[in-house]
Design a protein around this ligand. Structure first.
Ligand code: HEC
Length: 696
């Protein structure tokens, strides 16, 4: 089938370009809920509902769904993105923001664009997760925001670069994983980085045609001695104590950005503190605005309108960066233009978009940091001891959050929101740390608490898909899911919900009651949400498959349990239709679980392990996994022969022998640092030594 269409396309010279001359993607197109042909922005339309009005595939015939074509992506690793589809062309990102344009009918590649991220990254290579959640499309251009901080406009027909601008200070540990959003002729993008250096969050609007900066909004106040950018920053500064600006404060805007055409406002979900630990960041307490908030800005000027803070004085990494979904909700006779938001902290929020008023906030998963949210004041009521005042506390949820960036979808037919959730506690401790001497890290992971110096065991948490009724504030149906790291959802007018799973299965549920109607085994962990669209009157569903993201790279055994070892299985783009008859291609490998190498001659020096665990956590854990157990994003170092050789280890770690493949160089590391790392890794590989008091 693939070949047939490829030939047909070549015969009708440049059929992709003809197809391309169709829809103009502008404000009207992106606000049009009724037209299901395209998927032209991250959440399909401005509402971010991920609801499609298409119903050719429905609850009655979904069991006839079959594979139309697939595309092997041998050079890619983690695929977390939402593909965009405009007039029958699919645009998506592979690893390191490599952009593909592919004919949706055949899978034929039309063009590719390589922004050469590894060459551009410099030291930021050390902090970059190879993660990108999506592109933007506007008026014949495709916008790619690269992990190293550039915003690039490409001609959608040819893939030629139109303009490029740098959105971050390249000397800082900042990176982009989120999709840019376009509204009213402006491209809007933020960045991440709170754990990796002193970071002050912001997002910027650029002219979509020229790349010129139009406005920028800072999420937290800077040093008052330098003066405030606006009144909002002056107000926010009153909620901070100590010398927060030395640490940046945090509040990065790395994911949730929604344009709300009905109020011409942009809604931002802001990040956690830099560092997480409020005792360091703002020692006398305070709400620390605008951390962990929804902030509404005038879309033309960037001026502050209102905010709602989900976690005042945050100290657990409970950021509010998750999706912000627009919906009209009927409260009795009254229809309220609401926003739906399920941040990390375990509550599901419904907020009135006209003024930021809280309408409801109930727990969607186990959360022990607060008993409830007081609707009158809008503030959470915290439980005693949760701020690890005495140095340590087990708190639900963990820093992974009850809901991470994996997209939720809202179906106006059923009135339900389909949310992938995680149930897992976090152990928060700063015991033994000299907090008054703490300094922001230099291109390394240090959130100001003692975390991730060990493995996260496979049974530390569980996952589920929950259908949540935002009016009744309760779960209507749910399914347990494998592990904790399951991807986002899609819902349709065909009474369907689609979701991939961490174990490689792609499933369709009936939207009303959650019955499983169809599923297919794809043989590799899924981390991206599916999309649906129509070409030549036919409905398609496309899905990227490539295990990735923090829950795949940073945690350890809980990510490794699925067997998606480094480069073991083929990454692919799959496209399904009702009459699809292509057999599901076999995987290149079954699940693989790397075994630590036995090296009885390597004698672990226990006196190096405490230092080794800190340095590994700060510099290596985000790619090679907590406790040196790899979730598959990078090789499992316990199984690496390179660790056994002092010289080979230095070649790779210091001299950058594998930089082109994604292994950064740490050219400032001395021989002692290399030794503590090797001894720590070999200890984790099973040498019978004691880690000492600090490890767990
Ligand atoms: C940004 C992600 C990232 C970080 C951070 C990182 N690595 Fe890597 N590392 C990789 C990737 C990806 C590879 C595989 C490269 C390849 O395919 O050749 C790799 C490969 C290696 C290898 C070679 C393994 C083998 O058997 O081929 C060693 C050794 C290694 N890393 C050690 C470290 C150490 C030690 C640290 C911390 C100081 C570290 N890495 C930090 C991504 C990372």
């Amino acid at each position: 089938m693939t070949r047939y269409f490829a030939v047909a396309c070549a015969a009708v010279a440049a059929c992709a370009i003809n197809a391309h001359a169709g829809t103009t993607i502008d404000d009207a197109a992106l606000a049009n809920e009724a037209d299901g042909r395209n998927w032209a922005t991250y959440g399909r339309t401005y509402s971010e509902q991920r609801y499609s009005p298409l119903a050719a595939i429905d609850a009655d015939n979904v069991d006839e769904l079959g594979l139309a074509w697939y595309m092997d992506l041998p050079n890619d690793r983690s695929l977390n993105g939402t593909p965009l589809v405009v007039d029958g062309v699919i645009y998506f990102e592979g690893s390191y923001n490599f952009v593909y344009a592919v004919d949706a009918r055949s899978g034929k590649t039309l063009w590719t664009y390589d922004p050469k991220v590894i060459e551009a990254a410099g030291e930021r290579m050390r902090v970059m997760w190879d993660v990108s959640r999506g592109l933007a499309y506007w008026n014949g251009k495709v916008y790619v925001a690269t992990v190293d901080g550039r915003l690039i406009a490409l001609d959608a027909a040819s893939g030629e670069r139109v303009w490029e601008t740098m959105t971050v200070d390249p000397r800082k540990a900042l990176f982009i994983t989120g999709a840019p959003k376009v509204f009213r002729g402006k491209v809007f993008i933020g960045n991440g980085g709170t754990e990796w250096g002193p970071t002050r969050g912001y997002a910027t609007a650029y002219d979509a045609e020229t790349g010129e900066q139009v406005w920028r909004f800072w999420a937290v106040p800077g040093n008052p001695a330098d003066g405030f950018e606006n009144e909002a920053m002056e107000m926010a500064a009153k909620t901070w104590t100590g010398e927060w600006w030395k640490y940046g404060g945090g509040g990065t805007i790395w994911h949730g950005i929604t344009y709300d055409p009905e109020f011409n406002q942009v809604l931002l979900g802001t990040g956690n503190g830099s560092p997480w630990n409020q005792k360091i960041r703002s020692p006398e307490g305070g709400d620390n605005l605008f951390l962990c908030s929804i902030v509404a800005l005038d879309a033309d000027t960037g001026e502050y309108k209102w905010h709602y803070q989900t976690v005042p004085g945050e100290t657990w990494d409970y950021n509010s960066n998750m999706d912000i979904v627009l919906a009209d909700l009927k409260y009795g006779e009254q229809t309220i233009k609401a926003l739906l938001h399920a941040p990390k902290n375990g509550f599901f929020y419904v907020i009135n978009r006209a003024n930021g008023e809280l309408l409801s906030a109930e727990k969607i998963g186990k959360a022990t940091w607060a008993s409830h949210v007081d609707l009158k004041s809008g503030r959470p009521v915290e439980n005693a001891g949760v701020r690890y005042e005495d140095g340590e506390e087990l708190v639900w949820p963990s820093a992974v959050g009850t809901h991470s960036w994996h997209a939720m979808s809202y179906n106006p037919d059923t009135g339900l929101v389909y949310v992938p959730v995680v149930e897992m506690p976090g152990f928060y401790t700063d015991k033994g740390m000299k907090l008054e001497e703490w300094k922001s890290p230099y291109f390394g992971f240090d959130p100001g608490i003692d975390t991730l110096r060990g493995d996260v065991p496979a049974d530390a948490g569980t996952g589920a898909l929950r259908a949540w009724d935002p009016l009744q504030a309760k779960v209507v149906w749910e399914h347990p899911l494998p592990g904790i790291w399951n991807p986002g959802t899609l819902t349709t007018h065909g009474n369907l919900v689609f979701q991939g799973r961490a174990d490689g299965r792609f499933v369709a549920y009936r939207a009303t009651d959650g019955e499983v109607l169809w599923s297919v085994e794809l043989g590799h962990g899924i981390s991206a949400p599916p999309v649906t669209y129509e070409v030549d009157g036919k409905q398609y569903i496309s899905l990227l498959v490539g295990w990735g993201g923090t829950g795949a790279s940073m945690v350890g055994s809980i990510a490794a349990q699925h067997g998606w070892a480094y480069k073991a299985q083929m990454r692919r783009l799959y496209t399904f239709t009702l009459d699809g008859a292509v057999p599901i291609p076999p995987q290149t490998n079954p699940p693989i679980f790397p075994k630590p190498l036995a090296a009885p001659d390597f004698l672990v020096d226990a006196s190096l392990l405490d230092e080794g665990s800190w340095l590994y956590k700060e510099s290596c854990s985000m790619c090679h996994g907590g406790g040196a157990v790899s979730g598959g994003y990078a090789p499992d170092l316990r199984a690496s022969p390179i660790v056994l050789s002092e010289a080979a280890f230095k070649e790779v770690v210091v001299n950058g022998a594998k930089r082109v493949n994604g292994m950064p160089d740490f050219n400032d590391f001395n021989d002692h640092q290399l030794a503590v790392l090797r001894h720590y890794i070999r200890h984790q590989a099973g040498e019978p030594q004691n880690l000492g008091a600090g490890g767990h």
